[in-house]
Each structure stands twice: as C-alpha cells, then as structure tokens.
Ligand binder design. Structure first.
Ligand code: SF4
Length: 301
C-alpha cells in the first residue's frame, strides 16, 4: 500500500502564513500531520483539530464566495433568492459551530475559532455584513455582465476540490486556481480574484500573476498570444485593481514561487523527506493581535 506522505508544495496562502508567523506555519503544515490517526499522541490530535478551525472573517468570505459561484452557475436565480440562501447558510453555520463548540471537538465538524474560544459572536453583525457584501456584489457591473456570458465561455468558476487546484512549476507542486476566468463578448480573457476583505493591493496582485502562470502552464494560454485582463475585485467597495497581463508578470510569478520555496526549504532538515527543523527554528510572531485570533494559542508556549 502506498504511504501517505506530507510532501512539500507551495501556494501563496502558505507563503503568506510563513511570513505572518513561522510558528503558526509549522503547526499548520507540519506538526498536525498524522493527527487524524486514532492512536496519534493527544497533542498531535489537538493540533490537527485546531488547524481545521476557521476564523469568522474567513468563514464569511468563503460563504459569500460560494454564493457568487452559485449565482454564476444558476443565472435564473434572482437577488432575493440569493440573499435568502445566504442568510440561511449563515444562520445554519453559526448555530452548528456554536453547538460543535460545546464538545467533544471533532476535526471534521465546522467550528469557528471565536466559538471555540468562547469569544462573543454578534450574529446580527455577521448577518448584516454577509448581506451587505452580497448586495454590493449584486449591484456591481460584474454581476450583470456575467449573466450575459454563456456557460461554455467559462474556464474556471471557483473550483474547490484540492486535486484540480494543483499544477506543476519546474517540478514543484503548486496550488492555485482562479476564482473566475472567462471569455468576454470581445473574445478577451478575463481573470478575477474576488476579495471580501479590505483592499490590500493598488496594482496587479501576486495572486493574479500566479493565476496567469497557471493559465500558461495548464491551459496553454500565453499572454503574448492572448489578451488577458486580470482584476482583484474588492466586493466591499466595488473596486477593481488590475490591468492586462504582460509577459513580465509570468516571470515575476516564477520568481515569487522560487523565492518562497527557497525560504521554506531553508527551514527543512531533510528536503527529500520534507522533514522540518526543530520547532524552535520557527519563530513566533511578536504581534500579540495575531495570537489573539490564532487557533494554536493554547498550545503555543
Ligand atoms: S499563538 Fe501567536 S506565536 Fe503562536 S502560532 Fe499563533 S500567531 Fe504564532
């Protein structure tokens, strides 16, 4: 039987976590491994459970993403139906997470960090925030525009299975897949990264450059042959940040991945086995605000 191994891979979210807090990265990508086994040591089991938890902000963003995806795939569903579905999903998830927080904790069950930590969760605030995000999207030009795009013009619509996210970059497994990619009425390719959080970029984001690299390597779409418009769409404000993809963006995507890979490999004791150096080599952040919302806080000492 093939051995299930923790193989080294790269993604932009992994890269960001590496810089956000190396210790959190260590828990999240190494120390949790095998924590699902019935005979795993209790600390490993705990780390695995903690890793599977989600923060309120991330959970809300995920639910809104799924609503947008649904609206693209089911163009006959109008705004009232979508808003109602969103509210039902939010209410369902919040109730379920609250119930699951009462224990016993199971890694496979939805559990929000805030519920787990017993922090106050103002449900009304999250209902309002979700509704506001979706309403803003439903009033955007993208929503109207996407209704006019035939189904066969879409290349990617927020695929969420882990297998389809991966591709190979010079022998390295990379995880990245666009939220949305389609041909518009003029035959131009449009690449979109939806963001429910605050605006972080004022120019083409690294994520979009990596998506463009994926288009080149997986789909054979080369920016010098095909015009690709790429935007981060900030749902809260309705702002689009982006431009046409250039060949230099592909070079930069390669460079981002290569640099990130090198930095991560430097903290491995054995590259072939993807075995990390001792935990002490993975520094803790000194920013206490990050710890306050970190699921690993209780075991991070
Ligand atoms: S509690 Fe703080 S230092 Fe520890 S892993 Fe989390 S963010 Fe990093």
């Amino acid at each position: 039987m093939a051995t299930f191994k923790n193989e080294f891979s790269w993604s932009l979210s992994r890269n960001e976590l590496f810089h956000y807090c190396p210790r959190k990265y260590f828990y999240n990508y190494y120390e949790y491994w095998d924590g699902w086994l019935w005979n795993a040591p209790p600390l490993k089991k705990k780390i695995y459970q903690l890793k599977k938890m989600s923060a309120l902000d991330m959970w809300l963003g995920d639910v809104v993403h799924r609503c947008i995806k649904f609206s693209i795939l089911h163009k006959d569903k109008e705004a009232p139906f979508l808003l109602d579905s969103l509210q039902k999903r939010l209410a369902h998830d919040l109730a379920l997470s609250f119930k699951n927080a009462q224990g016993p904790i199971q890694a496979k069950n939805l559990l929000l960090i805030e519920h787990y930590k017993g922090l106050p969760v103002d449900e009304h605030y999250w209902f309002e925030k979700g509704a506001s995000l979706l309403k803003t999207y439903l009033q955007s030009t993208w929503y109207e525009h996407l209704k006019t795009i035939p189904a066969n013009q879409f290349i990617y619509v927020d695929a969420d299975d882990i297998k389809s996210m991966q591709f190979d970059v010079n022998g390295l497994r990379v995880y990245a897949i666009p939220d949305l990619c389609f041909y518009n009425q003029d035959g131009q390719l449009v690449l979109i990264d939806w963001k429910t959080g605050k605006e972080r970029h004022t120019e083409l984001s690294p994520q979009l450059k990596i998506y463009a690299l994926r288009l080149q390597l997986v789909d054979g779409i080369i920016p010098s042959d095909k015009s690709i418009q790429a935007y981060t769409h900030y749902i809260q404000t309705g702002t689009d940040v982006g431009r046409l993809i250039e060949e230099a963006d592909i070079d930069e995507a390669y460079a981002i991945i290569a640099t990130g890979k090198q930095q991560m490999l430097a903290l491995l004791e054995d590259e072939a086995e993807n075995k990390p150096k001792p935990m002490a080599c993975f520094e803790k952040t000194e920013d206490a605000t990050k710890c306050a919302i970190c699921p690993f806080q209780e075991i991070c000492n």
